[in-house]
Design a protein around this ligand. Structure first.
Ligand code: AP5
Ligand code: MG
Length: 203
């Protein structure tokens, strides 16, 4: 978990490599539907581009299909994002005979979020963020683009939505014995090491 720009995608990519986990970013799944022009993609495009959440029912059904399709360990990046989603996740995990090992919250001050997202450019080919703000193309040679919801007005709204709808999920997990907060305002490597310490304990 974590606010927009907290580093969920960056850390998930590192965890996927080191721990052999499957990475499910609900944002990436939805952007994939938009790029493919599917019915779901058309339904969610305006919501995502303006920084609003996609309806719970759609997200919950989508997640259950994805989780049910694999026995591999999974990193959920961007889900649950509402208390209703967290409750549904608990129910689907027990239906599927699976368990949540840890709920990792990456904390980042909002000023840092705005700084990071105002300069983020992503690669059309490999999906990774560009390492610098000036390079013309990605290290892999792919073309760089700016996400529509990284426009300043959308970022502001995403943060409001995060405070109102996602922060309450923190209370849902606070007494579960699985909830851990990590300081996201460090180098990506330092954040990664902090997360690995948590995962080593629950492994
Ligand atoms: P989603 O794609 O999940 O977006 P988000 O939560 O707003 O988060 P981001 O992907 O922007 O940031 P991140 O935390 O992954 O950070 P990153 O690693 O890229 O969701 C998009 C939309 O989809 C939602 O608004 C909603 O509409 C919909 N949606 C998705 N899930 C949903 C759900 N469950 N329910 C309903 N709707 C849903 O890093 C950001 C930048 O910072 C990068 O440039 C990176 O290089 C840099 N960076 C990363 N770490 C560091 C560091 N330690 N130091 C310096 N720079 C860093
Ligand atoms: Mg992300």
């Amino acid at each position: 978990m974590g606010c927009p720009g907290a580093g969920k995608g960056t850390q998930s990519a590192k965890l996927k490599e080191t721990w052999g986990l499957k990475h499910i970013s609900t944002g990436d799944v939805l952007r994939g539907e938009m790029a493919a022009g599917t019915q779901i993609g058309k339904q969610v495009a305006a919501l995502i581009n303006h920084g609003n959440l996609v309806p719970d029912e759609l997200m919950i059904a989508m997640l259950e299909n994805i989780i049910a399709s694999t026995d591999q360990g999974i990193i959920l990046d961007g889900f649950p994002r509402t208390v209703a989603q967290a409750q549904a996740l608990d129910a689907m995990m027990s239906r599927l005979g699976r368990e949540i090992s840890a709920v990792v919250m990456i904390d980042l001050p909002e000023a840092e979020v705005v700084k990071r997202l105002s300069t983020r450019r992503l690669c059309k080919k490999c999906g990774k963020p560009a390492a610098t703000t000036t390079q013309p193309t990605c290290e892999c040679g792919g073309e760089l683009y700016v996400r529509a919801d990284d426009a300043p007005e959308s970022v502001k709204h995403r943060l409001e939505v995060y405070r109102a709808q996602t922060l309450p999920v923190k209370n849902f997990y606070a007494n579960s014995g699985k909830y851990v907060e990590i300081n996201g305002n460090q180098t990506p490597q330092q954040v990664f090491e902090d997360i690995c310490k948590v995962l080593k304990k629950v492994k």
